[in-house]
Design a protein around this ligand. Structure first.
Ligand code: SF4
Length: 507
């Protein structure tokens, strides 16, 4: 969910090379090689979509490149969450137009495509304002990318933003093992798209459509393929992921808790996460999964957005501050070592200082390990944009500063509480110094471990020796390869749980 997608806003570029056959395991090139540069804006769901588009383009003979100058096709996978998303897109397209003109002067073609949520929201307007764009394709139709490119090759300008009737996931090629490996030992897996909640600040229900859940069999098959290629940690994605309710065997509907148990049975899958969740969709079965499923990591992104009931109502969040606090209590009773992360919006229309203080109080009551906070900015077409009493920018700035100071203090306290603790770390990549490796703690924090602690994909036990701004430094205390999905019991502790007491009262 996209409160949500504020939660991990970043930019990423397509990186790994793939063969035109769609699997790097196949050395035979059936079609001439072309290069695609994919720039991904926004959330993890866009990262996943870019990977799937890259897999699909591989079948058309495209390999990825890191530079647009080098590319035969430049694809911008856009995000509508950030302020002025369209303006930023048009200025990026202005730069690409110059590049395209230079290439044309050299007698070479460069195609420009726009995908993602801005593509969905703006549609034909993009080609009207930026005629150098050849293709506009929405998040629900990107499985039609190959056909769209064929039409572009015939000289058409293509806009594909109608919601597809067919299931796009059924039409997307699976990446080869080498391609999966090149992306690392952690992987995203989209299980749900769209949202029916209609929070008044959010564009997601308009750009991604209503909630759609992928069926159990499709998700399990994709997870098995990822695990067979060496993936050890899966993060299930959805705009409102805990609203997932997919069809299982015999047509019975499953909830996310049941799905997590099923995925935990896949050999090799040692860790599971999911993001992003709405408080109203945290049902008993999902909370029980946090209690009973060792592979489910003790970290939960659970946005609340505000602490004042008046503002929550204006946001159409359909819960109160007290509902949220009660829910947090139930989750912590089930999994005492769970760390919470959240999203906050300050300066929503009509927010008074008293309302803002309710948000500050809720933050003090919950204590977050990490959080994302933003000033409200209206999104065209959302009900919030038409509300009266917009808050002055200077007031929003001041509130954001105070909120972020509190959240940062909590984050640092959480990290300080880790020092001296032992925990399992999944090694993901080499560090900057020789012999160093970087992994992830169960609480999603990067952990830097020295002295050749193991191989990528190993889960090792470390002791935290210090904390940086956004990472931990550790020494290995046991380097045991875990070949199956079961977390190891260490020093007599329960499998998958931290060894010593989890810090509490962090603020
Ligand atoms: S409408 Fe609300 S619940 Fe749905 S994605 Fe947006 S913020 Fe999340």
């Amino acid at each position: 969910m996209k409160e949500t997608n504020t939660n991990l806003i970043h930019e990423a570029t397509g990186a790994a090379a793939v063969s035109p056959s769609g699997t790097s395991d196949d050395p035979v090139r059936a079609v001439p090689e072309r290069k695609v540069f994919v720039k991904t804006y926004g959330c993890q769901m866009n990262v996943y979509d870019s990977q799937r588009m890259t897999d699909s383009l591989a079948q058309q003979g495209y390999v990825t490149t890191q530079t647009p100058e080098d590319a035969d096709l430049v694809l911008l996978n856009t995000c509508h969450i950030r302020e002025k998303a369209s303006e930023k897109l048009y200025s990026a397209l202005g730069r690409l137009r110059k590049m395209k003109d230079e290439r044309a002067a050299d007698g070479r073609d460069m195609l420009i495509g726009v995908a993602g949520c801005v593509a969905q929201a703006e549609g034909e307007e993009i080609i009207r304002r930026a005629p150098s764009v050849d293709l506009v394709i929405g998040p629900q139709t990107y499985h039609r990318l190959p056909q769209a490119l064929t039409r572009v090759g015939r000289g058409e300008k293509v806009v594909e933003t109608e919601y597809a009737i067919e299931d796009k996931f059924e039409h997307l090629p699976a990446p080869g093992k080498e391609q999966v490996r090149s992306r690392g030992v952690t992987a995203f897996l989209t299980v749900q798209e769209g949202c029916d909640k209609f929070c008044t600040f959010c564009v997601v229900p308009y750009t991604r459509g209503s909630e759609v859940s992928r069926p159990v069999s499709q998700i399990v098959a994709e997870a098995e393929r990822l695990a067979a290629a060496g993936v050890r940690e899966l993060t299930l994605l959805g705009q409102n992921v805990n609203a997932w309710h997919g069809q299982g065997a015999g047509g019975r509907e499953w909830g996310l808790g049941e799905l997590l148990f099923r995925l935990a049975e896949i050999p090799g899958i040692a860790r599971l996460r999911y993001t992003t969740s709405h408080p109203r969709d945290m049902d008993d079965a999902l909370i029980a999964a946090h209690r009973d499923l060792d592979q489910l990591m003790p970290y939960l992104h659970l946005p609340v957005q505000a602490g004042s009931d008046r503002i929550l109502k204006a946001m159409n969040r359909r819960h109160t501050g007290a509902d949220y606090l009660r829910l947090v209590e139930r989750i912590r009773a089930a999994r005492p070592d769970i760390a919470l992360s959240g999203d906050f919006i300050v300066g929503f229309p009509g927010e008074t200082e008293e309302d803002f203080q309710a948000t500050m109080q809720l933050v003090r009551d919950v204590t977050y390990a990490q959080a994302y906070s933003f000033k409200y900015s209206p999104r065209p077409g959302t009900p919030g944009a038409d509300l009266p009493d917009h808050v002055e920018e200077a007031v929003k700035d001041d509130r954001l500063q105070r909120l972020q100071a509190l959240l940062t203090e909590q984050q640092h306290a959480f990290q300080r509480g880790m020092v001296g603790q032992s925990m399992d770390v999944l090694l993901e990549k080499p560090g900057r110094l020789p012999g160093q490796m970087v992994g992830r703690s169960p609480w999603l924090l990067p952990v830097i471990v020295g002295e050749n602690p193991g191989e990528i994909g190993d889960i090792i036990t470390v002791r935290i020796i210090s904390t940086g701004t956004n990472s931990l430094v550790a020494e290995a205390v046991a380097a045991k390869r875990q070949a199956d999905g079961a977390p190891q019991a260490l020093d007599g502790a329960s499998p998958g749980k931290v060894l010593s007491g989890f810090p509490s009262g962090l603020a």
